[in-house]
Write a protein that binds this ligand. Structure first.
Ligand code: FA5
Ligand code: MG
Length: 432
């Protein structure tokens, strides 16, 4: 009863979110549980580790870029509404209409035209159109994903854009140009087929001069390595990896070496000039980047589980303080309560298979809606097709652990049963 009420917002014809009213449709897949995260603003909560990281990043940019009067060049937007349009999140950023990141199985859609932003880059074009040329955007983003200690469907990003004109970029080398002489300056046909990752030229966009791109690349990498060293100390090991984003060219990821592994901390690149043109900017070149706050915070504070960022437990929050931003205290686990593992196996309806009529992400959302944050991990441990009936069977392993107390087996069994009941109701499966 209870579960079905929670997991089927689709029965509603309208959703009220942040003061806006949205008609639901076949794209609607936000759950009430996910919607509770709007307005929590963990990145603005005093003494919260995400707020400390935000301030460190902002202060670094304030210090790195100043105008002649000594005032910070960058402005900060950290309270923008996470409800955005498909145009803001994808179209404005030249993300192809068939790109995987648009899929219903990856995003939280409110309806066909609106979604909870999947990256803070969604605000880039409106801010540039409004006349800004140096800004940071900080906020939470929403992505449908698996469940484990480093994945949560809501996490935080900081994005930045810096635009410079020819005079500024070539201050000390007058005579150099941002754009190739041979380039006509016209916006490429927006309907033309966009270069895919494999065919994107990693050197530069046709419109830019090599010297403009190289100078911007150098400045951007210098600033980002500076930020990394400011956060992790001067001896941190890092490397740049070529990558592809539809909205930058060339593009890179910065990885840092941490506990015997290379960990991706940000994506960045030279902004696609079409994006600037659409936003009314014709005489500048820009760089942009986006980074994840939880990843940085987990390393800096030694926080072992991403769910802890949502904890209201004073045993967690009282450990951190904004008093001295430079002093990063390591997290001390309050204690480790025992895990409890239960498997759930069921037959999918006839003619339905994993990723064909049944998406594991739909199941993960159901589990989060029913069980909340006591689920630490879920994995698909087994799937097979019955040779006679042709029906598919799946088995999910669910690991339960409360972060602040020990759960009894009876309590876990009850939640597990609720998940099973809700699965039958929502996916028409048969429990084995
Ligand atoms: C983006 O979201 C791009 N918008 C970044 C960007 C902006 C590139 C501007 C170029 C110009 P990506 O999906 O890789 O890219 O995420 C960026 C960062 O967010 C990652 O490097 C990582 O630090 C963080 N991140 C991504 N997914 C997760 C996740 N599931 N959990 C925690 N952090 C994540
Ligand atoms: Mg990435």
């Amino acid at each position: 009863e209870e579960a079905s009420k929670i997991v089927t917002p689709n029965n509603q014809s309208q959703l009220e979110i942040n003061g806006g009213t949205y008609a639901t449709d076949s794209w609607t897949n936000v759950t009430p549980k996910i919607l509770t995260h709007l307005g929590m603003n963990k990145h603005l909560q005093q003494d919260h580790p995400l707020s400390i990281i935000r301030q460190r990043i902002v202060n670094y940019f304030y210090a790195a870029y100043r105008n002649q009067r000594g005032n910070p060049l960058f402005s900060v937007y950290d309270k923008l509404n996470p409800v955005v349009t498909v145009q803001q999140n994808f179209d404005n950023l030249l993300i192809p209409s068939d790109h995987v990141s648009r899929q219903k199985s990856d995003c939280y859609y409110i309806n066909e035209q609106h979604l909870l932003r999947a990256h803070t880059t969604a605000h880039q074009v409106e801010l540039i159109s409004g006349g800004l040329d140096n800004f940071l955007v900080v906020g939470e983003v929403y992505r449908r994903d698996e469940i484990d200690s480093t994945h949560y469907p809501v996490f935080h990003q900081a994005d930045a854009v810096r635009l410079v004109t020819k005079d500024k970029l070539f201050e000390r080398n007058p005579g150099l140009e941002l754009f190739e002489e041979t380039w006509t300056g016209s916006i490429a046909n927006p309907k033309r087929i966009l270069p895919s990752s494999k065919f994107m030229d990693q050197t530069k966009q046709p419109c830019h001069t090599l010297e403009a791109v190289k100078l911007m690349e150098h400045e951007m990498k210098h600033v980002l390595v500076g930020l990394t060293k400011d956060l992790f100390g001067p001896r941190i090991k890092y490397r740049w990896v070529d990558t592809y984003f539809p909205f930058t060219q060339p593009s890179w990821e910065l990885e840092i070496y941490f506990k015997d592994n290379w960990l991706e901390v940000l994506g960045c690149g030279i902004m696609r000039h079409e994006i600037l043109q659409h936003a009314g900017v014709h005489q500048s070149i820009g760089y942009a980047f986006g980074l994840g706050l939880e990843r940085l915070a987990m390393i800096l504070f030694d926080i072992p589980d991403i769910r802890l960022f949502w904890s209201n437990d004073s045993g967690f929050l009282s450990q951190f303080s904004e008093q001295d931003l430079q002093k990063l205290t390591k997290y001390k686990p309050i204690s480790h309560y025992p895990q409890c593992t239960n498997d759930l196996s069921f037959w999918l309806p006839p003619d339905v298979e994993v990723n064909e009529g049944f998406s594991p992400n739909d199941f993960y959302d159901l589990v989060r809606s029913v069980a909340g944050d006591v689920v630490e991990q879920i994995s698909l441990v087994d799937k097979f097709k019955h040779p006679k009936t042709g029906k598919s069977s799946v088995c999910f392993r669910i690991v339960y652990r409360h972060m602040e107390r020990t759960m009894t087996q009876a309590e876990v069994n009850e939640i597990h049963k609720n998940i099973a009941d809700a699965s039958v109701e929502q996916f028409n499966v048969q429990i084995r």
